[in-house]
Design a protein around this ligand. Structure first.
Ligand SMILES: NC(=O)c1ccc[n+]([C@@H]2O[C@H](COP(=O)([O-])OP(=O)(O)OC[C@H]3O[C@@H](n4cnc5c(N)ncnc54)[C@H](O)[C@@H]3O)[C@@H](O)[C@H]2O)c1
Length: 448
């Protein structure tokens, strides 16, 4: 155990222990990153399955990016457990990477942040000087509001017995250039000295810049608005993708033209946004604004556009079937891709699910081919295609996820097996002219 005073020396020598609480998509690569950076790592997850899988050297998350890098269980400095108290005892720094979902009525669900904090603070000894960092995405105020009452409950004093801080995770799954070991970090803390210590620690983890940005709420707000901004930008292009076809204009032509201006930021329309962040985090900001009585109208409107995008696409697909004399109860649709974004094996909050549900509710049969996902992740209402070469008798193919394997499949062969030559590009990634030359009848999001 390293005392508070010589913590900075210990960081320099890689001689400290870091506990990572929550070993999911964020926590596991973070734990591996700290191990690779030379630290002693204590990884904790409440799920016995997650811990057992990691202890077999296997990847418990669906993220193929980390398939090959799960450390051998006998690796020195690599400790994995379900018991938070062991990590608290052994570590100077505890980093919390637990989920922050929304409830069914779209309100922030902070139970994981609170229960992880409770498990930590109940074990911390007075005068420990330990640093507890929240990395989960939250609205400004959550770290202090959730954890200070717990610190008090266990008779501890913030700044004396324990220090709290916030450092959001910003890596981009499936994007090596912006992985855990490369992405820039910001740190908020009540105490600038703790901020400085954390800058030193995170600078060992990432080659990106690491900044102490002042109070915790600034770092919390920075993270949430990064995702709010993406949601708004994507919502704008999705809204335009609804408007322009009604004006007989293809949105891609408009975007190509607008993008010739130096300060135009190009976004691509699609069947909807998914994943653990963009469809979730804006609700955190909306809630906080509501708490202080300020309307978050733009953020709320953007959410509504992106949230309803699968329903918009559903009505477009129904029209396509109708125009081509395919009756709903006889229609057979093939989805190419199911994960929420290209090249990742993550189906959380995927818009594919909402689109499939709308179609099957209308008695339209949906099958899916997504080689990035295991066969057991799909809802019961869809059929799973494992061999695309055997896919036949479909009326309409919908490209839902822009996986390169979907874009580059053998379109000539697929066409021969179709009942109707209809394809809908839900991501604007297909070469429309080439497909039309082959004999496909091509529709696309934002295309009249
Ligand atoms: N997935 C991403 O791409 C991404 C990117 C940036 C930020 N984030 C944020 O990071 C946070 C974590 O997301 P994730 O995708 O890693 O979630 P996840 O669901 O993949 O993993 C969370 C893990 O925490 C465990 N857990 C829950 N409560 C616990 C507790 N009390 N103690 C120990 N373990 C506990 C769960 O069993 C699970 O394995 C969220 O706030 C998310 O918004 C995610």
């Amino acid at each position: 155990m390293v005392g508070n005073l010589n913590l900075n020396d210990a960081i320099q020598n890689g001689n400290i222990s870091v506990g990572i609480i929550g070993l999911g998509y964020v926590g596991l690569p973070t734990a591996i990153g700290f191990l690779d950076a030379g630290f002693n790592v204590w990884g904790v997850d409440v799920s016995q399955r997650v811990v057992d899988t990691i202890l077999q050297g296997k990847n418990p998350t669906g993220d193929p990016e980390i398939d090959d890098i799960i450390p051998d269980p006998n690796t020195k400095k690599w400790n994995i457990t379900t018991d938070t108290s062991i990590a608290v005892e052994n570590c100077e720094i505890l980093i919390v990477t637990v989920p922050t979902p929304v409830t069914s009525d779209l309100k922030p669900d902070l139970k994981y942040v609170i229960s992880a904090g409770d498990n930590i603070f109940k074990t911390i000894e007075p005068n420990s000087g330990k640093i507890v960092v929240l990395e989960s995405t939250v609205y400004p105020g959550v770290t202090a509001q959730s954890w200070l009452p717990l610190i008090e409950k266990y008779g501890l004093k913030e700044g004396v017995d324990v220090n709290i801080a916030y450092c959001p995770e910003r890596f981009n799954p499936g994007d090596e250039a912006n992985g855990v070991r490369k992405v820039a970090r910001v740190i908020g803390s009540l105490n600038p000295k703790i901020g400085d210590t954390l800058v030193k620690i995170y600078s060992k983890l990432t080659s990106g810049r690491v900044d102490y940005v002042g109070k915790i709420e600034v770092a919390e707000a920075a993270k949430v608005i990064e995702n709010v901004q993406r949601d708004i930008n994507i919502a704008l292009v999705n809204e335009l993708a609804r408007i322009f076809p009604a004006l007989n204009i293809d949105i891609e032509d408009v975007l190509n033209a607008a993008a010739t201006k130096w300060n135009f930021h190009r976004y691509t329309p699609g069947v909807g946004v998914g994943g653990h962040c963009i469809p979730v985090d804006p609700y955190y900001m909306i809630q906080r604004a509501e708490q202080v009585g300020v309307p978050a109208e733009l953020i709320t409107a953007a959410r509504a556009v992106n949230r309803t995008m699968p329903i918009h696409v559903f009505s477009v697909l129904k029209d396509i079937l109708y125009k081509n004399n395919v009756s709903a109860n006889d229609a057979n649709i093939l989805f190419l891709g199911w994960s929420y974004k290209a090249e990742v094996g993550d189906h959380r909050e995927t818009p594919a699910e909402h689109l499939a549900l709308a179609l099957t509710d209308a008695d339209i049969k949906v099958s899916v081919w997504d080689p990035h996902l295991e066969n057991d992740v799909y809802p019961n209402n869809v059929d799973v295609i494992t061999d695309i070469n055997a896919a036949k008798d479909f009326d309409l193919v919908v490209l839902v996820t822009g996986h390169s394997i979907c874009i580059n499949l053998d379109w000539e062969s697929l066409l021969k097996n179709m009942r109707k030559p209809l394809v809908y590009d839900g991501r604007r990634v297909l070469d429309i002219t080439k497909l039309e030359d082959m004999g496909w009848d091509v529709y696309a999001v934002g295309k009249p």
